[in-house]
Ligand binder design. Structure first.
Ligand code: PMP
Length: 436
């Protein structure tokens, strides 16, 4: 059993978080929509673990696939060889991918997918004799993981500042969160104008030096920020105009979160590269994947300078356990219609989320598919304090939510039923009221 001594000695091996050693929130077991604490208390999962357990927890088909694979082939080196499941999975992924993204590269996480996509973009231009195209453009309030590339293109200013020297030649588009849109129903209209911010950076640096633009179609970890109407379309058009590659980071939006397999399919805008992870294996064995086009793949694999092959591959790329988990996950999504279920559940879920606007201290509610952000006013002038209080209260009341700054984020498993929607928002209502 866990002792206070080991908590004191080893806190906190998951993240660098030093808070709450005296009252750790521990999870011991999970099934479908719930976690259980070591004391046996159920907690309804309002965030799909960490935006990843899309089919719900401990699904027997996925569990069995992992167990069977561990006994059959526990590891296969990914260099100069492979194993059949990796190819089967790639084919299955391409079947549901946005049309045209028919090449897949495996990674082990969202952060690794981002690094891989950024490198691919640069490798592509180099192979075409445009080696000067190395600049990368992210967006303020974007989140792309914790590795150097992802932090550099990411829009969390505190993270960028912390490391001083990051990637050089990185710029950021204005973020999409416009306070004028607070309480606006659905997507506000000024997307195309906002995307024109890319022209500012093109004018500053010359398009011929820019390799790629990376954005989350819907920003998740920085507070569920929806793209205004026309935004992604205009970004696509501007990237085409200037020969810049467009990368969608779909680590959260991928695998059904918005009611379509990917945000790209939801919005009808296809990027040149697409990063995924999380829902790919339903949060089980760590795995990510980068999708790209035949053309980009062929260019950096067989460019004019044959030495410029794209150097990619991790020890655990396409790990057999991860591939088995992913295939069983895709089977589960297909059999239960989960990749489009958020389209149906968006109605009751979104209505319940928007009803939070009537509560005290709710500043804004943003929701689409099965994701929502409820933004609260700071508490006593302290940013994030009220949202964190609500998070703690929800945990005590048996619902797991997530906070990011002043926003309480919800992203439940896609198997959510109306009674779970009721419980989540009833609990949240009580918690927000008592944080007044
Ligand atoms: N990109 C996005 C959009 C994410 O939301 C995340 C994780 N929340 C990442 C990248 C990083 O993924 P990971 O934590 O698996 O490295």
């Amino acid at each position: 059993p866990l002792t206070q001594a080991s908590l004191d000695a080893y806190w906190m091996p998951f993240t660098a978080n030093r808070q709450f050693k005296q009252a750790p929130r521990l999870l011991a077991r999970a099934d479908r929509m719930h976690f259980w604490t070591p004391e046996g208390r159920p907690v309804l999962d309002g965030i799909a673990g960490l935006w990843c357990v899309n089919a719900g927890h401990a699904r027997p088909r996925i569990v069995q696939a992992i167990q069977a694979q561990a006994a059959e082939l526990d590891f296969a080196p990914p260099f100069n060889m492979g194993h059949p499941l990796a190819f089967e999975l790639a084919g299955r992924l391409v079947e549901i991918a946005p049309k045209g993204l028919n090449k897949v590269f495996y990674t082990n996480s969202g952060s690794e997918s981002v690094e891989t996509a950024l490198k691919m973009a640069i490798a592509y231009h180099r192979a075409r004799g445009e080696g000067q195209r190395t600049r990368l453009i992210g967006r303020e309030r974007g989140y792309h993981g914790v590795n150097f590339g992802g932090i550099s293109v990411g829009g969390m200013v505190a993270n960028r500042k912390m490391f001083g020297t990051l990637l050089t030649g990185v710029d950021h588009l204005r973020h999409t969160h416009d306070p004028r849109n607070l309480f606006s129903p659905g997507q506000p209209e000024h997307g195309a104008d906002l995307a024109d911010d890319l022209e500012r950076l093109v004018a500053l640096h010359d398009a011929s030096t820019i390799a790629a633009v990376i954005v989350e179609p819907v920003a998740g970890s920085t507070g569920v920020l929806l793209p205004p109407k026309g935004y992604l379309e205009r970004l696509r058009a501007l990237c085409d105009k200037h020969g810049i590659l467009l990368i969608f980071d779909e680590v959260i939006t991928g695998f059904g979160r918005l009611g379509s397999p990917f945000a790209a399919t939801h919005f009808g805008v296809t990027p040149d590269l697409m990063t995924t992870a999380k829902g790919l294996t339903n949060g089980t064995v760590p795995m990510g994947a980068v999708f790209t086009t035949q053309k980009i793949h062929d260019t950096f694999m067989t460019g004019p300078e044959h030495v410029i092959e794209f150097f990619h591959g991790y020890t655990y790329s396409g790990h057999p356990l991860a591939c088995a988990a992913a295939i069983a996950t895709l089977d589960t999504y297909a059999e239960e219609g989960l990749l489009t279920r958020a389209a149906t559940m968006a109605e009751p879920f979104g209505a319940a989320a928007r009803a939070m606007r009537e509560l005290p201290n709710v500043v804004d509610v943003r929701t689409m598919g099965l994701v929502a952000g409820i933004e609260l006013a700071p508490l006593d002038g302290q940013p994030g304090a009220r949202a964190f209080k609500v998070f703690l209260d929800c945990w005590e009341r048996g619902v797991l939510v997530r906070t990011t700054g002043d926003t309480v984020a919800l992203s439940p498993p896609l198997i959510i039923e109306p009674e779970h929607v009721d419980q989540i928002f009833k609990t949240l209502t009580e918690a927000i009221r008592s944080a007044a």
